[in-house]
Ligand binder design. Structure first.
Ligand code: SF4
Ligand code: SF4
Length: 354
């Protein structure tokens, strides 16, 4: 078989040709960061995200080790693609009539599909190149859904360091990155881990409006607006609502303030260009969106995950936080909505504005 360092170099080249800006290889190890994961789950910091708590037959958390879920895996290839577009950051926009949708969700195509398509091209290259020499070659591609903590492998693949805001940061590209991974049974020459370049900076921690960081590098999802607006079902705890500000889907604040994103380049990928109506969306439009329009508008969009009820709930709360009394009539109408969660959120918001 060809030398593993040769294959590693060429498969990374194949990743660049498939459109990934960054690609690296991590060995499969019991990294120290993975030991922390069970404690984080144990402490309840994953909130209602039960999929993070999936366990193998031995009762071990699947995401804490590849030993039981992919015992054949010897290397993890991590690929990253930039999704930044030429639009302002949430911290640069002040408009009381508009909400904020996280940057990653503006794209024309669901990023899972756009990233997976590119991963498959890299996987095919690998299979064509070494499949014949290694009959038992195994590979598996994942975008978000793999039994692993992707950012830990991204660090050890040299793609970027894990910032104090818990995102992967790259010195040249910043943190607007989608990650995709390919597990392989090939023992490929690994890259060096990316060194931590956060230094003494604490901007992300200081800027978080809901104090969601338990400590640098550690997030309590229950307090994070991204979790509250996307994953949390039912009513949002009242004490968290004010801190949500005008975020209606996700939150970019701890990335917007990061100095490494100051000069983040723009993506060339067609699929990640923004749907203009999702950049600073009108709150009234979201809160009053019909089921049909929701289906139509968000077909193939990660925004579907919040469901229509969640998105309207979030828009009502954002109206309450806007300080804009123009929203009072619409909130009073929504307070009688057939969706009890929307109605209760709107009543809270109307009271806050009044
Ligand atoms: S995404 Fe928003 S709420 Fe969550 S940690 Fe970052 S700044 Fe805080
Ligand atoms: S804002 Fe500062 S501390 Fe936070 S991730 Fe960026 S560099 Fe690191």
């Amino acid at each position: 078989m060809k030398h593993t360092s040769q294959i590693a170099a060429r498969v990374k080249q194949a990743a660049h040709e498939a459109g990934f800006e960054l690609a690296g290889i991590a060995p499969v190890r019991e990294f120290a960061e993975l030991n922390h994961f069970p404690r984080w789950i144990e402490a309840g910091h994953a909130g209602e995200m039960k999929y993070l708590e999936a366990r193998d037959d031995a009762g071990q958390l699947k995401r804490s080790s590849l030993r039981s879920t992919a015992p054949w895996a010897r290397s993890v290839m991590v690929c990253a693609i930039n999704y930044n577009t030429a639009h302002p950051y949430s911290t640069q926009v002040a408009d009381s009539e508009r909400g904020w949708i996280s940057r990653y969700a503006w794209s024309r195509e669901d990023y899972h599909e756009a990233v997976m398509r590119r991963l498959r091209a890299v996987e095919s290259w690998l299979r064509n190149e070494v499949g014949g020499e290694s009959a038992a070659l195994q590979t598996r591609c994942y975008v978000d859904t793999g039994p692993l903590v992707e950012r830990v492998y991204a660090k050890y693949a040299g793609v970027g360091w894990i910032g104090k805001n818990t995102c992967i940061l790259n010195q040249k590209l910043g943190s607007w990155l989608f990650l995709g991974v390919i597990l392989t049974s090939l023992e490929l020459e690994p890259d060096l881990p990316a060194p931590d370049r956060c230094g003494s900076c604490t901007r992300c921690i200081d800027a978080c409006p809901t104090a969601a960081f338990i400590a640098p590098y550690q997030l309590d999802s229950n307090k994070c607006i991204a979790y509250l607006t996307i994953e949390k079902r039912g009513a949002i705890p009242e004490e968290m609502r004010e801190g949500m500000g005008r975020q209606v889907f996700g939150c970019d604040i701890c990335q917007d303030v990061c100095p490494w994103n100051r000069k983040a380049p723009m993506t060339n990928a067609e699929e990640f260009q923004a749907r203009e109506e999702l950049v600073k969306p009108a709150l009234e439009w979201l809160a009053e969106m019909s089921a049909e329009e929701f289906r139509e508008k968000f077909r193939g969009s990660p925004i579907r995950r919040a469901k229509r009820s969640g998105l309207r709930r979030n828009a009502a709360i954002a109206m309450g936080n806007s300080g804009n009394r123009k929203f009072l009539p619409v909130l009073e109408k929504l307070a009688a909505d057939e969706d009890a969660i929307v109605a209760e959120s709107a009543a809270w918001a109307a009271k806050k504005l009044a």
